[in-house]
Design a protein around this ligand. Structure first.
Ligand SMILES: CC(C)(COP(=O)(O)OP(=O)(O)OC[C@H]1O[C@@H](n2cnc3c(N)ncnc32)[C@H](O)[C@@H]1OP(=O)(O)O)[C@@H](O)C(=O)NCCC(=O)NCCS
Length: 156
């Protein structure tokens, strides 16, 4: 059934920490559509320092994000995290779920005194991240089989 709510009931939204494995169906549907499920894993998925979050709407997992320890040569901050594999199921997009999930992750990292969050953003998501206070640095670059990206970041 298509998801066409006139009102999103905030009390039906839950954001919680999940495992890397639990993120896979959403990653596959949104970020690796048509590719093998194996292509959905990221190398840091099972590290203790990695945090995965899921947003559930009415108990259905509709959005995922993963935060991993990774340093970008652009920044001098000692404590850097990188956002990876952020995605909202297509039929649930543009209902502020992505924004809520990202805000939750940022607050979590701030609490852990992480200094900077950075990531490679797809061009289609640029506006979303700008709306959430991130900015681009450097030139546009291409990731083979995925497309054009900008590096984006925010001091936490
Ligand atoms: C990008 C993505 C994570 C955003 O999540 P979302 O839940 O759809 O976005 P939100 O509803 O929280 O959007 C918040 C604000 O960001 C901006 N925004 C979000 N998607 C946008 C889009 N496609 N075009 C322009 N602005 C957009 C808007 O200002 C929006 O506020 P508004 O709807 O009140 O205008 C989601 O659309 C997605 O998974 N896209 C496909 C996968 C992807 O590109 N992931 C990012 C990899 S880097």
């Amino acid at each position: 059934m298509p998801f066409e709510p006139k009102i999103i009931n905030a009390s039906r939204i839950t954001i919680k920490q999940i495992s890397g494995l639990e993120t896979i169906p959403v990653r596959h549907a949104v970020l690796r559509k048509g590719k093998p499920v194996d292509a959905c894993a990221i190398p840091q998925d099972n590290l203790d320092s990695t945090f995965h979050f899921g947003l559930f709407y009415e108990d259905k997992l509709v959005a995922v994000s993963s935060f991993v320890v990774d340093k970008s040569p652009y920044f001098k901050d000692t404590k850097q995290y990188r956002l990876r594999a952020m995605g909202v199921l297509e039929e649930y997009q543009r209902h502020q779920f992505g924004q809520k999930l990202l805000t939750h992750g940022v607050a979590f990292l701030k609490d852990k005194k992480i200094e900077r969050l950075w990531f490679n953003a797809r061009i289609i998501a640029l506006n979303f991240y700008k709306k959430n206070g991130f900015e681009t640095i450097g030139n546009i670059f291409n990731i083979p089989n995925v497309g054009d990206h900008y590096l984006m970041h925010k001091k936490l």
